[in-house]
Write a protein that binds this ligand. Structure first.
Ligand code: VG1
Ligand code: CO
Length: 557
C-alpha cells in the first residue's frame, strides 16, 4: 500500500484532560481534527514504540466510533504500525483494552470513548491512549502530544480500504495487518483467573438470591451476558439495557444515583433484588447497590479491600498495598492501617495508580467517582468490581442453607462500619458553569488557604491544614501540582474543591465532603443529613452561589 502525505494545520484546544481528549462530536467531525491528534500522538512516541508493533483499538460503541476507527487504522498503517487489534464492530471496554494490551504484549491502545458523557451526534466523543502496560498515557506523553498538535503540518495515511469491522480475523496489507478480534474472550478468561466462578455460580443458583445488572445501553452490554448469564448461570432477564446503542438510549451512561435511575428505583422498591449493579459508557465505572442500600464508592473499595483475601482467589496472599484518589474518603486508609499495608493517596485520574502497580506496591485502589480496580490490569474495571462484590456475598453465604437468611450487602457494609467507623461522604457537582465564575471561586479558595492557619475554628471543626494538593510519584519522582483545594480538619473531616477535567462544555465544579463517624448509633443516618453542617460550611467558605450563580448542584452522589 502507499502512504499518502496529507497537509494539515494545527487546531487549538487539543489538550487532554483527566482522561483523554473529549469534545462534542461536531468538533471531532471537523476536517482533520481527529487525524491531527492521532498523527501528533505518533509524532510523540519513539519509533520503537510503534513501528512494526501491535496496538489495540476499541471503543464504547458511541456515535462516530466506526468512522473514527477507520481513520485511526489508516493513520496507524501510514506511520508504520505492524498490527492493529480491533474489537468487533469497534467495541471493546476500557478495562478490556487494558487487558488485551497486556495479554497480547501490544505497545499500547486507543480507546474511543467519552466514558460517562452522553453520546450521539449532538453530544460527546473522546479518545484515550493507553501505554504498554495497559495504563492511561502518563502526563509527559499527553503533554508531548499537545505540543505536537500545535505544530503539526502533515498526516501520514495509508491508502488502504475501510476495514470490515464485523468480520473476525486478520486482513493483511503487506507489512500491515488489521485483525478484528472478539472483544470479550480475553477479558472473560482474565476474570475466570481472578475470581472463583464456581462460588458465584452457586450463589446465582439459589432460589433466594436475585441479581440485576444495568448496562445502561453502553459497552458492558457486550460483556454482561457472556459473563453473568453464560458463565455464571444468571437468568438472562437480570440484564437491563443490555444492547449497546450509539446514543446510550439518550441517557448519560453514568452509573450513579441520578443517571442510573431505572436501577435505583428497582433496588429501592419493595420486592427488590439482593444485589444490583451498573457500569458506565466504557465499562470502567461501577455502582453497587444492595436491597434498599447504596454502597458509596469510597466505601466499596474499602470493603472490597477488607474482604479480598478470603473471598477472591487472586488476593489469596493478601493485597500488596492500597491506594485512593485524594478526594476519595478515608475509609480505605483505615483498612490499610488495620491490615498493615502500604497506602498511597494520588491525584484524581487512574493514570497515577499504574506506576505503583508496576512497582509491585499496589493491588487494590479506587476513586469516589465510581471507579474501583486492581493490578490485574491498569484501568478501573466495572465488571471486576461487580464480580468482587458478588464474590464477597457468595463467600459470606456459602454455608447458608436455602431459606436461611442471607448475609446481605447492607450487612457487610454495616459490619464494616462497626469495626472501622463510617466515613460519611458526598460529592456535589455543578456542571457547565461559566468559566469565569468557577475560576474566580478557585482563586478565592487559593487565597483563603494561603491565609488560613492550623488550629483555626471552622464551625465545629478545627483546621489541621489547608492546601492545594500536590503529588510526587514515589516511583518516577514526577511532581504534579494544583490537584484540588482541601481543608482538612483534626477530626478527620475534609472539604475539597476541584474543577473537572473531563467535561466538554463550560467548567464543572466538584465539591467533596467527608466526615468520619465512629459512633455506631449514628451509622444509619442518611449521608446528606449527617453531612449537612459540613456542606453548609463548604458552601459558605467557597461562596459557591456568589461565584457560580448556582443555588443547587446538578448532581449529588
Ligand atoms: C472524573 C472523575 C475521576 C475519573 C475521571 C475519568 O474526572 O472525577 O475520578 O478518573 O472522571 O473517569 P474529573 O476530572 O471530571 O473529575 V471515566 O469513567 O471518564 O474514564
Ligand atoms: Co468510564
Amino acid at each position: 500500500f502507499k502512504v499518502v502525505s496529507i497537509p494539515t494545520k494545527p487546531v487549538e484546544g487539543q489538550k487532554t484532560g483527566t482522561s483523554g481528549l473529549r469534545k462534542k462530536v461536531k468538533v471531532f467531525q471537523e476536517e482533520n481534527y481527529l487525524a491531527n491528534w492521532i498523527q501528533a500522538l505518533f509524532n510523540s512516541l519513539s519509533p520503537e514504540e510503534y513501528k512494526n508493533c501491535a496496538l489495540v483499538l476499541g471503543g464504547d460503541g458511541r456515535y462516530f466510533n466506526i468512522e473514527a476507527a477507520q481513520i485511526i487504522i489508516k493513520i496507524a498503517a501510514g506511520n508504520g504500525v505492524g498490527k492493529i487489534l480491533v474489537g468487533r464492530d469497534g467495541i471493546m471496554s476500557t478495562p478490556a483494552v487494558s487487558a488485551v494490551i497486556r495479554k497480547r504484549e501490544a505497545k499500547g491502545g486507543f480507546i474511543m470513548s467519552a466514558s460517562h458523557n452522553p453520546g450521539g451526534p449532538e453530544n460527546d466523543w473522546g479518545i484515550k491512549f493507553n501505554y504498554s502496560s495497559g495504563q492511561p498515557a502518563p502526563e509527559y506523553i499527553t503533554d508531548k502530544i499537545y505540543e505536537n498538535t500545535l505544530s503539526i503540518s502533515e498526516i501520514k495515511m495509508a491508502n488502504i480500504p475501510d476495514t470490515n469491522l464485523s468480520q473476525l480475523g486478520p486482513v493483511e496489507y503487506g507489512s500491515f495487518t488489521v485483525e478484528v478480534i472478539d472483544p470479550v474472550s480475553d477479558y472473560v478468561e482474565l476474570m475466570e483467573n481472578i475470581f472463583d466462578f464456581n462460588l458465584i455460580k452457586t450463589l446465582f443458583s439459589r432460589s433466594d438470591f436475585r441479581f440485576i445488572f444495568d448496562a445502561m445501553h453502553a459497552v458492558t452490554g457486550a460483556y454482561a451476558k457472556p459473563i453473568f448469564v453464560d458463565k455464571l448461570g444468571a437468568d438472562v432477564g437480570c440484564i437491563l439495557n443490555g444492547v449497546p446503542l450509539q446514543d446510550f438510549g439518550q441517557n448519560h451512561p453514568d452509573p450513579n444515583l441520578t443517571y442510573a435511575k431505572d436501577l435505583v428505583d428497582i433496588m429501592f422498591a419493595e420486592n427488590a433484588p439482593d444485589v444490583g449493579a451498573a457500569s458506565d459508557g466504557d465499562g470502567d465505572r461501577n455502582m453497587i447497590l444492595g436491597k434498599h442500600f447504596f454502597v458509596t464508592p469510597s466505601d466499596s473499595v474499602a470493603m472490597i479491600a477488607a474482604n479480598a483475601q478470603e473471598a477472591i482467589p487472586y488476593f489469596q496472599n493478601g493485597p500488596k498495598g492500597l491506594a485512593r484518589s485524594m478526594p476519595t474518603s478515608g475509609a480505605l486508609d483505615r483498612v490499610a492501617e488495620k491490615l498493615n499495608l502500604p497506602f498511597f493517596e494520588v491525584p484524581t485520574g487512574w493514570k497515577y495508580f499504574g506506576n505503583l502497580m508496576d512497582a509491585g506496591k499496589l493491588s487494590i485502589c479506587g476513586e469516589e467517582s465510581f471507579g474501583t480496580g486492581s493490578d490485574h490490569i491498569r484501568e478501573k474495571d466495572g465488571i471486576w468490581a461487580v464480580l468482587a462484590w458478588l464474590s464477597i456475598i457468595a463467600y459470606r453465604n456459602k454455608d447458608k442453607k436455602e431459606g436461611e437468611k442471607l448475609v446481605s450487602v447492607s450487612d457487610v457494609a454495616k459490619e464494616h462500619w462497626e469495626s472501622y467507623g463510617r466515613n460519611f461522604f458526598s460529592r456535589y457537582d455543578y456542571e457547565e458553569c461559566e468559566f469565569e465564575g468557577a475560576n474566580n471561586m478557585l482563586k478565592h479558595l487559593r487565597d483563603s488557604i494561603s491565609k488560613s492557619t492550623p488550629g483555626e475554628q471552622y464551625g465545629s471543626h478545627i483546621l489541621q491544614f489547608a492546601d492545594d494538593f500536590s503529588y510526587t510519584d514515589p516511583v518516577d519522582g514526577c511532581v504534579v501540582t494544583n490537584q484540588g483545594i482541601r481543608f482538612v480538619f483534626t477530626d478527620g473531616s475534609r472539604i475539597i474543591f476541584r474543577l473537572s477535567g473531563t467535561g466538554s462544555a463550560g467548567a464543572t465544579v466538584r465539591m467533596y465532603i467527608e466526615q468520619l463517624e465512629p459512633d455506631v448509633s449514628k451509622h444509619d443516618l442518611d449521608a446528606q443529613t449527617a453531612l449537612k453542617p459540613l456542606i453548609d460550611l463548604a458552601l459558605s467558605i467557597s461562596k459557591m452561589k456568589e461565584f457560580t450563580g448556582r443555588e443547587t448542584p446538578t448532581v449529588i452522589t
